[in-house]
Design a protein. Structure first.
Length: 424
């Protein structure tokens, strides 16, 4: 199989980074096609433990080329800091193994400011933004009010363009929010400082991908967040500002003609959700605390406790359909070792009626979960590498989920380390 996308089926943090790190062995190129440095992918391998934000999770494999496509929110400052951190941990990052699309738009310092200012204005109606500037960035991109990475190579043009954008942006900063305006010196010195460091990585990644494809190289597309946070198909308006679906991967990569042969949907054996928004299967109180602790559910980017609950079959089936997943990786099954019985959110009650169809976003606010339980296995399964060796209760749970969501589970992950995987 040549090309593959690894995508989230739920609200994010399903363990995509972990699966990309595992599967990159079979791929030559790894591409991030959307989102920005608000991602948190934790990867544990022989080189150490890493929290990746914008860098593709293929960065640890020798010989793998990693690409930031035109669809990402390119924050030069934070990317540079991330490169420095990962490099300090002993991973070589050079223009040979990292390439940045010249068509990626730059996330500018004022996008981060505006994110914080708007969250403050919203007060108790806030979105739970990570304040990385992602929403203001994508709004500006669609208004064509951003700078492309490739413009860094044309200094005269860059200065003119930056000046125009700054004048426009200062109207919002000062007029709407009463914040301080930017000066041209400020913005140019930021562009100069981080642009000069990252320019060697910027190129036409479309050309590179097309050629790689023509040479029979295999391309892996890595998503950020999950189907339920997709701008068009997610839990609007509590989504992210880009498209997290596999169908968008070719467009955001620089190689719109790319064909996806495999789409691996990553599903967690229970649910978690960072930030605000409807989360029907949510647990509260002690039950939630116990699961949160067992799963280490604290954000890789923010350290925020994640909201948790049982697996949500209604939302997961919807995510599988929207991602057009051809197979599933079920992660963190080992986290449920401690449970006497395994909880499942099987259906919702919407407007007093049971349903297994994922509702229109407005209806989610009042949707209630219907839980069912299966017997637990109550043993440590983290050392198991064959499906047949799992306790019968664990096998039954995997088979139940597979049937309920209608997609083959080909990987069962039982630990955070690269090798803690069962392949079916
Ligand atoms: P991503 O954003 O989808 O890449 O996922 P995150 O990295 O944010 O969250 C997944 C977390 O679970 C990370 O801390 C991983 O190290 C960890 N993890 C992944 N798979 C497993 C697993 O099978 N078992 C356990 N116990 N932890 C896992
Ligand atoms: Mg994450």
């Amino acid at each position: 199989m040549s090309n593959c996308a690894i995508v989230g089926i739920n609200w994010g943090d399903e363990g995509k980074g972990r699966m990309v790190d595992l599967l990159t062995e079979d791929y030559d190129v790894v591409v991030r096609f959307q989102g920005g440095g608000n991602a948190g992918h934790t990867v544990i391998n022989e080189k150490g433990k890493f929290a990746l934000h914008l860098l593709p999770s293929g960065i640890f494999r020798d010989g793998t080329v990693n690409i930031l496509g035109n669809g990402v929110a390119l924050d030069l400052e934070n990317l540079w800091k991330e490169i420095e951190t990962v490099t300090a941990q002993g991973v070589a990052i050079t223009p040979d193994n990292l390439k940045i699309s010249d068509r990626a738009s730059l996330l500018l310092p004022w996008h981060r400011d505006l994110d914080g200012l708007e969250e403050a204005r919203l007060a108790d109606k806030k979105f739970g933004s990570t304040k990385q500037g992602i929403a203001p960035f994508y709004s500006d991109k669609y208004q064509k009010k951003t700078i492309l990475a490739g413009e860094l190579f044309y200094p005269e043009h860059l200065k003119e363009h930056a000046k125009d954008l700054m004048e426009w942006k200062n109207l919002t900063l000062t007029g709407v929010y009463g914040a301080k305006p930017y000066t041209l010196d400020q913005i140019m010195s930021w562009l100069e400082e981080y642009g000069s460091k990252l320019k060697p990585f910027i190129c036409d990644t479309g050309d590179f991908l097309e050629q790689a494809n023509a040479e029979g190289k295999k391309i892996l597309f890595e998503a950020q967040l999950g189907a339920l946070r997709d701008l068009d198909y997610g839990i609007h308006p509590m989504t992210t500002s880009s498209n997290t679906l596999a169908a968008f991967a070719p467009v955001g990569s620089g190689f719109p003609a790319a064909k996806l042969d495999r789409i691996v949907g990553v599903v967690k054996a229970y649910s978690s959700c960072v930030g605000e928004g409807p989360f029907t299967c949510e647990w509260f109180g002690e039950e939630a605390e116990e699961l949160r602790k067992a799963g280490g559910e604290y954000g890789a980017k923010t350290g925020r406790p994640r909201r948790v609950g049982p697996i949500d079959i209604v939302a997961t089936r919807y995510g599988v359909e929207k991602q057009a997943a051809t197979e599933i990786a079920l992660t963190k099954l080992d986290v449920m070792n401690y449970m006497d019985q395994i909880p499942i959110c099987e259906k919702y009650i919407v407007n007093g009626e049971e349903t297994d169809k994922f509702p229109f976003p407005v209806l989610l606010a009042d949707a209630k979960p219907v839980f069912k339980y299966m017997p637990g296995w109550k043993t440590d399964i983290s050392g198991i590498r064959k499906f047949e060796d799992l306790p019968k209760e664990a096998q039954d749970y995997v088979l139940y989920v597979e049937k309920a969501i209608g997609c083959h589970i080909s990987y069962v992950s039982v630990g955070a380390e690269r090798e803690a995987i069962i392949i079916r």
